[in-house]
Design a protein around this ligand. Structure first.
Ligand SMILES: *Cc1c(COP(=O)(O)O)cnc(C)c1O
Length: 448
């Protein structure tokens, strides 16, 4: 049985998984979504308790994919996940799911490491694929690392020059080879717009372009695995309910949770925690959607997104329709959405306070993204005393050492630096600079 994928704009043909993966964005500029989401029963959701992470990944992916043998898929999962997430208990029934254990120390490794073998799998012999990626920080490094030296794939990464930390930049610009990086004098949304424009540009039809952004379905499905895996480790009884808190920017991570919920995970509440870019919390409250342009700069810089690409997928799941520009063509079932999701915007001041308090009270060093979610969870539990005993899992999406300046300002200490980051200072950087304007990017692409 094969899962088909439809475009959220419904003007492109349905397709199988691998075609959707190699295309990235659908030809009608919509995003691919599974037509039907496989349901797992309660026992299946718990069977990965104590199991290696790659077994859970294999099980979830197998439910969506065909065109790859069982042995091959299992081997790819095993190779991709030589690391696994770490769970930390922190007061009451609250837990932190640390997703910073991969090669570039952000949660994006969990998707990127799985995506590269899946993309390579269906690439014809001698075919060259060009992957365009806009990043607000961590996607670029995770993708660069996962695809570095993969034959026949060229990676082009656009990042906003003033909005990434020097560590984040070095993780992308020091690899070389098939990894090309472009520093754009603009914001993340400008980078994303340039990439989208290139995909729609008829003049570039000769290039086989694809995307590794969270608009690619191969990023999304692997991101549902850690919700299921973490639940299996912590749930004491089959069917026990769980609350997740997710630091959100482009909404790829939270869509992973939505898929896990659709697969049957007993999610009581999904807390979608944003920084000052509060377009989604406002939408959930009022039903009226307004993008934030330009997006607001916050210390959780990978979440500085004024219009989350994956919002159109969430709207789709709840029966509505949103086009790629953010126009709401058909309202989703807002009541149902509010039943599942609690959305909240957390300021930089609250984020800093949370980092300081958590260090003082729990001796845990959080970084700005995870702190947004942890703060939102704390506030939620203060308002919902009935959930004091509910299993709660908050996501930490990066290692604190990726933000040493901010941590040092708040806590007066230097976070422990993992080996993947400590080696960066010795490496040479190489990147192009470009204005936030499509003409220049087109000219660059037309010459590769
Ligand atoms: C990308 C990123 C996020 C936001 O994830 P989305 O899937 O874009 O919502 C949060 N934290 C960190 C550290 C990130 O790199």
């Amino acid at each position: 049985m094969s899962t088909q994928f439809h475009s959220t704009n419904y003007r492109a043909p349905k397709t199988d998984f691998f075609t959707a993966v190699l295309t990235g964005q659908a030809p009608d500029r919509g995003l691919y979504m599974p037509e039907s989401i496989p349901r797992l029963d309660k026992a299946e959701l718990q069977r990965f308790s104590g199991a290696p992470y790659h077994e859970a990944a294999n099980f979830v992916l197998r439910a969506y994919l065909d065109g790859i043998s069982d042995e091959d898929l299992l081997a790819k999962c095993k190779k991709a996940y030589s690391f696994m997430p770490r769970l930390e208990k922190a007061g009451g029934n609250k837990h932190i799911l640390w997703l910073d254990t991969g090669p570039t120390a952000s949660f994006k490794d969990f998707a990127a490491q799985m995506m590269s073998p899946l993309m390579g799998h269906k690439l014809g012999r001698g075919e060259k694929l060009v992957i365009l990626t806009a990043t607000s920080g961590d996607t670029g490094s995770a993708i660069a690392n996962a695809f570095h030296n993969i034959p026949n794939i060229e990676i082009i990464i656009l990042f906003p020059i003033a909005e990434v930390t020097s560590n984040q930049r070095k993780q992308m610009t020091t690899l070389g080879g098939n990894v090309k990086t472009i520093a754009v004098s603009g914001k993340f949304d400008d980078c994303q717009a340039m990439v989208k424009e290139a995909f729609a540009d008829e003049r570039l039809k000769g290039l086989k372009l694809s995307s590794a952004n969270s608009i690619n379905i191969a990023r999304l499905i692997p991101q549902s695995v850690y919700f299921i895996w973490a639940y299996a480790q912590l749930a004491k009884a089959a069917g026990e309910e769980v609350i997740f808190s997710i630091p959100s920017g482009n909404f790829g991570d939270m869509m992973g949770a939505i898929l896990a919920w659709k697969m049957g995970l007993p999610v009581k509440k999904l807390i979608v925690a944003t920084n000052a870019n509060d377009e989604f919390p406002a939408f959930l409250k009022t039903g009226t959607y307004n993008k934030i342009e330009p997006s607001r700069m916050c210390i959780s810089n990978a979440m500085n997104v004024g219009h989350p690409s994956n919002l159109t997928r969430l709207v789709d799941v709840f029966g509505g329709r949103m086009d790629e520009k953010g126009n709401l063509l058909k309202a989703p079932d807002m009541e149902k959405m509010r039943g599942l999701i609690h959305a909240v915007s957390v300021s930089d001041e609250e984020t800093r306070k949370c980092i300081a308090d958590t260090y003082k009270e729990e001796a845990i060093v959080l970084e700005p993204h995870g702190a947004v979610a942890w703060y939102a969870l704390g506030e939620f539990l203060r308002e919902h005393e009935e959930d004091a005993q509910t299993l709660c899992i908050s996501l930490e999406t990066a290692n604190p050492a990726k933000f040493p300046e901010e941590i040092n300002r708040i806590l007066g200490i230097s976070p422990v630096v993992p080996e993947s980051l400590s080696k960066l200072d010795k490496l040479k950087e190489d990147y192009l600079k470009m204005d936030a304007d499509y003409a220049g990017f087109y000219s660059y692409l037309s010459k590769i």
